[in-house]
Design a protein around this ligand. Structure first.
Ligand SMILES: O=P(O)(O)OC[C@H]1O[C@H](OP(=O)(O)OP(=O)(O)O)[C@H](O)[C@@H]1O
Ligand SMILES: Nc1ncnc2[nH]cnc12
Length: 181
């Protein structure tokens, strides 16, 4: 017999994501998680669902990508009893850092991590709020490997599946809200 779902299992999280057309430029439909963060039961349920996915990989450490990746990585680390490290955009982290340059649609960008943030061979789950083309997450994975991490998965709140970002990632990918078009 199938278990009877609880209210939280059936909660429709899409209901609390706000879609804003033409941001940050014309033609882009922006999936705004501000309204999800502001809804206490929905945000709690988001963290619970992410925790259930991420726990399965038995990570040693969580890593969030600036800036919206920090929003899920920090509460998830508390929930799973793990530490949390930051990948930031260029020039934001003090001390010795390791960087990785990557191509954007126009131009290039750089992500950085502190050189001692990951111990060699640690099992790491990468967190970000949203998977679109996968360029940001792919850069994060490359950076983490360059400092000795074993990247066991990447987890997102939202996946824009029609952009096929997961095909660029050579790790397990989890997301809890999917848009197919
Ligand atoms: O899969 P991709 O095509 O790489 O896009 C996804 C990335 O874009 C957004 O970050 P953004 O650069 O807007 O920065 P922010 O988190 O600081 O808002 C989002 O938070 C992801 O990091
Ligand atoms: N459409 C989108 N909405 C929100 N964040 C994004 N990051 C990349 N594409 C995005």
């Amino acid at each position: 017999m199938r278990p009877i779902p609880s209210d939280s299992d059936t909660m429709d999280l899409k209901r609390v994501i706000r879609n804003i057309p033409d941001f940050p430029k014309p033609g882009i439909l922006f999936y705004d998680i501000s309204t999800l963060l502001a809804d206490a039961p929905a945000w709690k349920e988001t963290v619970r669902r992410l925790a259930n996915r991420v726990r399965a990989y038995q990570p040693d450490l969580l890593v969030g990508i600036e800036s919206r990746g920090f929003l899920s990585a920090a509460p998830l680390a508390v929930e799973l009893g793990l530490g949390f490290a930051m990948i930031r955009k260029r020039g934001k982290l003090p001390g010795t850092t390791i960087g990785h340059d990557y191509a954007l649609e126009y131009g290039e960008d750089r992500v950085e991590i502190q050189a001692d943030a990951v111990k060699h061979g640690q099992r790491v789950v990468l967190l970000d709020d949203l998977l679109a083309t996968g360029g940001t997450a792919a850069a994060g994975i490359t950076l983490l490997r360059s400092v000795g991490a074993e990247v066991v998965s990447a987890a997102f709140i939202i996946e824009l599946a029609f952009l096929r970002g997961r095909e660029r990632l050579d790790v397990a990918v989890d997301s809890i809200i999917t848009y197919d078009e």
